[in-house]
Design a protein around this ligand. Structure first.
Ligand SMILES: *Cc1c(COP(=O)(O)O)cnc(C)c1O
Length: 225
């Protein structure tokens, strides 16, 4: 299969999983994760109509932006250091990976200086893995009020990266947790968090069944890295 065919297969599987869950495929958007791949290859999916791309590193994202059409929308999906916030805010449509109160506060201040209102997701460390970034659920609950007071940040929802597993079904409980935790936070905060960024190449159909609105898929489209 070429890249176009693999992209189409991913889109078809998203639609099938959405239908299975009684959801509309229009409520799920694919973020094609382009990290480590060159602009030639990336251009193939852009030409095929995939305009939403994700990178996990700021430097790599900034390097690729000028080489691809301006109609491409970029999401930052990986850990963001405070010293790179000023550079990434003007180019990223959404930051999936706000993983601490300190980072949120820095982003809020810098967004104010730049006159921006960045769209962000809060990353939740759903399995409590020491190797992963993200708020523990307890921390997020405790800090929610302070996060919501960051008036420059448009908090759209939550993101998670479950533990690596060969079995897609192993991720289901983490996706269910993220959705239910989102519902709980919405009730407590009295605001809507409409976005759930969950699901990667190994488990995105399960994520869609459990309510993902953004799936981040790389290797299933571009091949292994
Ligand atoms: C690389 C990456 C993905 C995509 O992973 P694949 O398994 O290649 O689909 C998704 N999310 C994040 C945060 C990533 O860094």
């Amino acid at each position: 299969m070429d890249i176009r065919e693999k992209l189409q297969l991913v889109l078809d599987r998203i639609a099938t999983a959405a239908a299975k869950a009684g959801r509309s495929a229009d409520d799920v958007e694919l973020v094609a994760v382009t990290k480590t791949f060159g602009t030639e290859v990336i251009r193939e999916v852009v030409d095929a109509g995939q305009l939403l791309l994700g990178e996990n590193k700021v430097q790599e994202l900034l390097r690729k932006v000028p080489d691809l059409p301006a109609k491409v929308r970029w999401h930052l999906i990986g850990h963001l250091q405070s010293n790179k916030v000023r550079k990434v805010l003007p180019v990223a449509e959404m930051i999936h990976s706000v993983d601490s109160l300190d980072l949120a506060a820095d982003m809020d201040r810098i967004a104010g200086e730049l006159g921006l209102f960045p769209k962000v997701l809060l990353e939740v460390n759903v399995a409590g893995e020491a190797s992963k970034h993200g708020f523990t659920p307890a921390m997020l609950e405790a800090q929610m009020e302070t996060l919501l007071a960051c008036s420059r940040l448009e908090i759209h929802g939550l993101m998670c990266i479950p533990p690596i597993s060969k079995e897609p079904e192993d991720s289901r409980k983490h996706f269910v947790f993220l959705r239910e935790f989102r519902d709980h936070l919405e009730q407590r905060a009295g605001t809507k968090f409409t976005t759930l960024s969950m699901g990667m190449s190994g488990d995105y159909p399960v994520a869609v069944e459990e309510g993902a609105t953004l799936v981040r898929v790389g290797s299933a489209i571009f091949g292994s890295r």
